[in-house]
Design a protein around this ligand. Structure first.
Ligand SMILES: [Zn+2]
Length: 103
């Protein structure tokens, strides 16, 4: 279920929701991962917006969208200097973006 949400948001960001064969890992100097069938990129996993790293990218993207910017201040403080959001706050914002974009 959150997979569907992560896929939707990833594609909304204009990124590839990678398709790969879990049974065919590849090993590079950067470590193990997979090659996406669609974009041929090397990847470790798809976006998981419950993680701080992927969430920050989602938030940065959302701030570039005029229609989303109006949504953000109500849900989070502005980016510079704010303290990191808690997991719960992140998930609330992810859900709000998902609902806004998918309606
Ligand atoms: Zn891909």
């Amino acid at each position: 279920m959150s997979d569907e949400r992560d896929r939707f948001l990833t594609e909304s960001m204009g990124e590839c929701w990678h398709e790969y064969d879990l049974n065919a890992p590849v090993l590079t100097c950067k470590g193990g991962g997979f090659v996406c069938r669609k974009c041929r990129e090397f990847l470790v996993s798809n976006n998981d917006f419950s993680t701080e790293e992927d969430f920050e990218r989602l938030l940065r993207w959302a701030h570039t969208r005029a229609d989303l910017r109006s949504l953000l201040p109500r849900l989070s403080n502005d980016l510079p200097g704010r303290k990191p959001l808690s997991h719960r706050e992140r998930m609330r914002l992810v859900q709000a973006l998902y609902e806004f974009l998918s309606r």
